[in-house]
Ligand binder design. Structure first.
Ligand SMILES: [Ca+2]
Ligand SMILES: [Ca+2]
Length: 92
């Protein structure tokens, strides 16, 4: 099924807004919000043998400016890297 790219972009923005709004700051994901997003959107993570360490590492790598929050630009960089990795893996 073809999904227009514009719809995918809107979905990314909606997902970020949804998960970022867990605390008082709607413009960033804190670690808990990122973990919540990852577990809900990527259910296969539950089977990861080192899920907590993996998610901690992802948070550290994604937080490029080191302010302990993930802004939308950092979130999109993560999504881009994951999409490239998924394509490289050959599973799609
Ligand atoms: Ca937030
Ligand atoms: Ca940051």
């Amino acid at each position: 099924m073809e999904i227009p790219i514009q719809d995918l972009m809107i979905s990314m923005i909606s997902a970020f807004n949804k998960y970022a709004s867990g605390d008082g700051d709607n413009n960033t994901l804190n670690k808990k919000e990122l973990v919540n997003m990852a577990c809900k959107e990527f259910p296969s993570l539950e089977k990861h043998p080192q899920k907590d360490k993996f998610l901690n590492d992802i948070f550290k790598i994604t937080d490029r400016d080191g302010d302990n929050k993930i802004n939308f630009e950092e979130f999109m960089t993560l999504m881009t890297c994951m999409t490239i990795a998924l394509r490289k893996s050959g599973t799609i």
